[in-house]
Design a protein around this ligand. Structure first.
Ligand code: THU
Length: 135
């Protein structure tokens, strides 16, 4: 059973160590696997701005590189008053590896919104179009 508030709390905490020198926009993500293991990530910005990586992909790549393949949900928390949705690049990569997971957007003011990834990325391109599948 998903402990949503614990997941949001983890995302909020990891946001505090974001390396966001240029945007000053701190984001934390907490990704939970189907067997309830949590991987966190924060955004990491490069002086060559385009090399920046979002919190969501850091969390996902950490999990994938530890062998995880089955995911349940990802929580995203930023500094902003408005809820922070995942960027287009993160939507694609999440779809590639976590398919239709639940995306939980939250802030420190108690607002929470849940949405399934397919609603954020309709008509997604994925490995099926390449004649393969996730191995
Ligand atoms: N960012 C994330 O980490 N996740 C999002 O969902 C939106 C944007 C980061 C990238 C960059 O470091 C900063 O926020 C401003 O775009």
């Amino acid at each position: 059973m998903l402990d949503e508030s614990a997941l949001i709390q983890k995302a909020s905490e990891v946001r505090k160590i974001a390396l966001a020198l240029y945007s000053n926009f701190h984001v934390g993500a907490a990704l939970i696997t189907r067997n309830q293991k949590i991987y966190t990530g924060c955004n990491i910005e490069s002086s060559s701005y385009g090399l920046t990586i979002c919190a969501e992909r850091v969390a996902l790549f950490k999990a994938l590189s530890e062998g995880e393949r089955q995911f349940e949900a990802i929580a995203i928390v930023s500094d902003a008053r408005e809820l922070c949705p995942p960027c287009g690049a993160c939507r694609q990569v999440l779809w590639d590896f976590a398919r239709n997971i639940t995306v939980i957007m939250a802030n420190d003011y108690g607002d929470v919104q849940r949405i399934k990834l397919h609603e954020l990325l309709p008509m997604a391109f994925d490995s099926a179009y390449l004649g393969g599948g996730i191995k």
